[in-house]
Design a protein around this ligand. Structure first.
Ligand code: ATP
Ligand code: MG
Length: 193
């Protein structure tokens, strides 16, 4: 049994009358969108939920969560797709290549939704992929409509489309107040990636 390192008081565990899948959007310019989704992953695993994470535009740069989720056991599957951020200076791949990767990631999401593979599915950076037109708004909307009633879906990334915000149950905008990179502090492992 786990040692929660907690005081000797009675634990209550809330059980909702109805289990209902929620649509959550985490957007904005501040740091914390992907890490919020990973935090939900940690929490969901504690409840025995099965979690899928599909990362868009991220396959070219190692991030700690790729190996980190292995420690959460078999209830978490992570797919990192794509060739990095489309349109930023120094990224050598064409728009068509970025779009083909994002389209493959959307097909993967469709498969996972149609096969009811997860209780919680995270589509990381899909908002940016949609904003950059690597996936179409209608494709994202179709995913939302197709999902099983009890499946939670989390969409992260900047520039979430107004229609998606409208369809969501919970929307958070992470606002940048400060970011270390503005003081030329390099990205740090475990914090930034
Ligand atoms: P995190 O993954 O830390 O939760 P995020 O998902 O909110 O961040 P993204 O826009 O996906 O933010 O940025 C990915 C990473 O790049 C983050 O670790 C963030 O700290 C870093 N970052 C964000 N904006 C910039 C920038 N303009 N220049 C350099 N690094 C940045
Ligand atoms: Mg992110």
């Amino acid at each position: 049994m786990p040692d929660y390192k907690r005081p000797a008081v009675e634990i209550t565990k809330f059980e909702p009358e109805n289990r209902q899948g929620l649509l959550l959007v985490i957007t904005g310019n501040g740091k914390g969108k992907t890490t919020a989704a990973l935090g939900m992953t940690l929490r969901a695993v504690g409840h025995g939920l099965k979690v899928g994470i599909i990362q868009f535009m991220k396959g070219d740069m190692y991030a700690g969560e790729w190996d980190g989720v292995k420690h959460l056991g078999e209830n978490v599957e992570l797919f990192s797709t794509g060739r990095g951020f489309c349109g930023i200076l120094g990224n050598p791949y064409s728009r068509e290549e970025h779009r083909a990767d994002a389209q493959a990631a959307i097909r993967l999401a469709e498969d996972k939704i149609n096969s009811h593979s997860y209780d919680l599915l995270i589509l990381d950076e899909i908002n940016n992929a949609c904003h950059l037109k690597l996936v179409d708004l209608e494709q994202v909307k179709s995913l939302l409509v197709a999902r099983p009633e009890t499946m939670h879906l989390v969409l992260t990334g900047r520039d979430a489309h107004a229609d998606i915000v409208e369809m969501a149950d919970t929307v958070s905008e992470v606002t940048e107040i400060k970011h270390a990179y503005r003081n030329d502090i390099e990205p740090q492992p475990g914090i930034d990636y």
